[in-house]
Design a protein around this ligand. Structure first.
Ligand code: CIR
Length: 252
């Protein structure tokens, strides 16, 4: 169960962040409305949410998930794979230090929290364009020292591992077709997202409720079968910046 979350408000410059999405204009006012609704949803689910101010020269900094990994035992300050985002991680350190002892991913390791999915005491660590094998290994060793097992997973599609694979409770993972049936995911039951709705693989389990992006009815239907409460949140503006529900908070 989670008791806390850390979020960061998007800045006026949020549309200057990294993105592969072309031809659509992100709207600041709408982004803020959607971010407020996201924070409210976390609070309604019982979390104490610390909302940080925008981080001036880092327009992607509200995607706080990438700059750290927080477990029950420690907080690991990452070394984000995109150079333009690297300064976001040290800026989070004093905040995290209020809650947990701190560890770091060191060069040449690169790691984004969006590539890390921890389920119980097992970490799936994506090796992607942003996270390299050294980063995965460093995180794996830090976690092993605390009693976790870990598996590296190649991420050939999508920005991060969690763009395509997320835990939805029990033994279930929600996965895109590209990841369905992968050896590294053995032992989990897989709910496969319809190819027309791949973005909706990025869902967020909070204490028995599933937060899902608004507008993906096929995924909603598949998840309803699990019998958990579902809350839909509009993520249209984060999506324009290649982000989604998991990216906008650290939960612990
Ligand atoms: C980036 O390209 O780094 C940001 N615009 C999006 C990061 C999304 N984060 C995530 O999936 N954990």
């Amino acid at each position: 169960m989670f008791t806390h979350a850390i979020c960061r408000k998007p800045g006026l410059n949020f549309s200057h962040g990294l993105t592969t999405v072309q031809g659509v204009k992100p709207e600041y006012a709408l982004m803020m409305t959607q971010h407020d609704a996201y924070v409210d949803a976390l609070k309604k689910l019982g979390l104490q949410v610390e909302v940080l101010e925008p981080l001036g020269e880092f327009p992607d900094a509200y995607f706080v998930e990438d700059a750290a990994i927080v477990t029950a035992e420690l907080a690991i300050v990452t070394r984000p794979g995109a150079k333009a985002r690297r300064g976001e991680a040290p800026a989070l350190e004093p905040v995290l230090a209020k809650y947990r002892p701190i560890a770091h991913i060191e060069a040449p390791g690169k790691l984004d929290g969006g590539d890390v999915l921890i389920i119980g005491h097992h970490a799936l660590i994506g090796v992607s364009e942003r996270s390299n094998p050294e980063g995965a290994e460093q995180l794996g060793e830090l976690l092993e020292a605390k009693g976790y097992a870990w598996t590296a997973v190649p991420v050939a599609e999508g920005l991060h591992f969690k763009s395509s694979v997320n835990w939805v409770g029990g033994k279930y993972l929600l996965v895109t077709e590209d990841f369905a049936g992968m050896d590294e995911l053995e032992g989990f039951r897989q709910i496969v997202v319809d190819p027309a709705e791949t973005y909706s693989a990025n869902v967020l389990w909070i204490n028995g409720t599933l937060l899902i992006p608004k507008g993906y009815p096929l995924t909603r239907k598949k998840l309803e079968a699990l019998g958990q409460p579902i809350v839909e949140l509009d993520t249209s503006e984060a999506r324009k910046m290649d982000g989604g529900l998991t990216c906008m908070s650290l939960r612990f």
